[in-house]
Structures are given as structure tokens and as C-alpha cells.
Ligand binder design. Sequence first.
Ligand code: EZ4
Ligand code: CO
Length: 405
Amino acid sequence: MEKMKITEARVIVCSPGRNFVTLKIFTDQGIYGLGDATLNGREKAVVTYLEEYCIPALLGRDPGNTEDIWHYFYSGVYWKRGAITMTAIAAIDMALWDIKAKALNTPLYNLLGGKSRDRVMVYTHAYGKHLMETIEKVGQEKERGYCAIRIQSGIPGIDHTYGVTEGNKPYEPAQRGIPREYSWDTAKYLNFIPGLFAEVRKAFGEEIHLLHDVHHRCTPVEAARLAKELEPYHLFWLEDPVSAELQEGLRLIRKHSVIPIAIGEVFNSVYDYTTLITEQLIDYIRMPLVHGGGITHLLKVAAMASVYHIQTGFHGATDLSPVNMAAALHFDTAIHNFGLQEYMPYPDLVQEVFRTNYRFEKGYMVIDDTPGIGADIDEEAAQKYPYSAACLPVNRKTDGTLFYW
Ligand code: EZ4
Ligand code: CO
């Protein structure tokens, strides 16, 4: 590969239905790279971090030195880790790998180990306002060809549940203005969920992979109860059963159940995972490329996890941009210990701005051999949709106590 120089880098913020932040890095060879820098509800913090502190230090560097540049912005910076920092680093890292793969005229997966598989299994979401509607939605997603489905449902006695949209709008948890407040009742939730999965298994049998996201709403002992009661329904995984900033909390769940656990879409560093991995307290790593320092960092996290027979199961909601999704699919294609990838189809507006090179085929995603990540942004289309501040909701228990959303 010829020596190159970074000549310019720009942050593109747009809002085709929701806010996305994209980093575009240019080189003296005419090649540019793209990285996703979207952090839902905190977009401008990452923009400032990139524009004020990272881009000036990037200019003139050789983009091929992905390892050195990663450490320059991680090890070289006194204030380490954190979602904003690691999202900014991820965007830089993704764009540099994109440039390197384009310079070598090869799809990104070839630089990450080549093809370990031909296609990537994905799961989608099914949700309804009540049990019957939820079951109907599972049937619809199955008809679309999905062989793995995450199930969330409205719960009797709770006004609004995570993962269930209002009306018939597509799933979008961020809302304009200051955060909305929802009310939450764990007892009602715990009493409802096992029965839901019993009905789903009754309706669809054992063939289909089922998943559920607790979204950090249980204490360790509550999560242990839920895991134990869901055991007969053979979930593919139970996601974020507790808010895992206390890694040791997962020990209690393991003690009481053999349900596979996926954790950490809100994590951003390998150090969020060391106890979880080395004590084999989880089964799937959720931290996505965009929030976890990019390809360079996730390669190391995945390698460490592989030693403990832990697989990847990257976060892939629609508030991560198509650039992240495309890069993740290369990563999923290449590494040995890939498990499952979350995938939600983007609304048409998003596809007007971002061009991608992957396609859905009967429950799996396939990427083509376009050099680089294979995703692009139409900047003219992006300009039509200016940024508009939006935030994730806040949750309170029924007595008003602030709780995890
Ligand atoms: O709440 O992406 O598993 N998926 C999730 C997502 C997250 C949102 C937060 O921005 O938990 O729906
Ligand atoms: Co989740």
C-alpha cells in the first residue's frame, strides 16, 4: 500500500427521521473513508469532541497506521474511556479501515481474517401492545424469513413498556425536546413475561430462535428469578438482565440458570467486560463497533472473548447508522466467534441518505465485494434533513423513584 496522508476530515450531521453523525476522512490519494459517530441523544457532544480535539491532530498522519492512531486517541489521551470518547475514536477507526481497504481495493472483511462464513444470521424485533398482538407480530416476522426474533410486549397495568412503539409508528425511542418520563413496575413485568414466552413457544414451536431484552430493569436477584422462569422456553439469549456497571451482579444469575446472557450495548471498553469474560458470566458481547472504539478495539475484545467461548452479538438498532451496520457485517463475516447480529430495517428516508452494500436473504445478511466498508453518504440528500435535538426517555417507578430506562 502506498503511503498516504490525511488531508481533511469533516463531520456530517443529518436527521433523516432521526439524528446521525458521520465522519468523513479525506486523503491525498483521493480516497476517503466513512465512520459512524452516532450516540443517541448525545450527538453534539461527539461532534465537538471530534471537531475540537481529534480532527486537528489527524491531519497529516498516514491513515494506514490504524493501530498507532487508535492508541494516539486512547492511550495518548489522559481522560480515557466513556461513551463520547469511544464513539469518536470508533468513527476515526472505522473511517481509517475503510480507507485502507479501499486503497488495497478489497472488501473490509478481507483485512479482518477473510470469510469465516458466507452469511450473517440476524435477529429482528417483534412487539405488540398486548400478548395477542405480540404473537401476531412474531408470526409476521417469521413470514418475512427471520429465524431469530426478539420479543417485547406491552404489559397489563403498565402504560408504556420498553421496545413497544406508540401507534403503528416504526420503533424510535428518541423524542424531540427534553426526555419524556415513563412509569415502570417490575413486579408486573416479572409476572407477565414467562407466560408470554410460553404462549409464543406454543404457537411457533421450538425451531425459531427467541430473544428478549430486559433493558437493565432488574436487580440481580430479580434477573435470576426471570432467567430461571424463562429457562423452559430455551431463549437464544436474555439481554441486559441487569444494569451491568456492577459486573459481579451477573454471578447471581449464573448461579440460578443456564439461560444464555447477552450484555453491554452501553459498554464502551474491554475493561467493562473483564470480569464478565474471565469468569464466564455471559455468552454474548453486545458492545457495537460505533460505541466501543471501532474495529481495532473490538478485534481485541472479540479475541479475548473467544478464549472463553463467548461470542459476539452486536447491538444494531436503527439509531446506529448504516455505516456502522455495514462495518459490523464485515466484522461478523470475518471473525470466528461471531454469534448473532441485531438488525432492524431502516426507514426509506435513511436509505435516501445512506447507500449500503448488504442485502437480507431469508434471515441472514450478505455483503457484497465493494472495496472498503461499502457504505456511502449522499451529502446533498443529507443537507435536506438538518439536525434536531432528540433524547431517550427517562423512567420512574410508580412511586416516582427514578429508575433505569
Ligand atoms: O435502547 O438503541 O437492544 N436494543 C436496544 C435499543 C436501545 C437503543 C438506545 O438508543 O436496547 O433499542
Ligand atoms: Co438492548
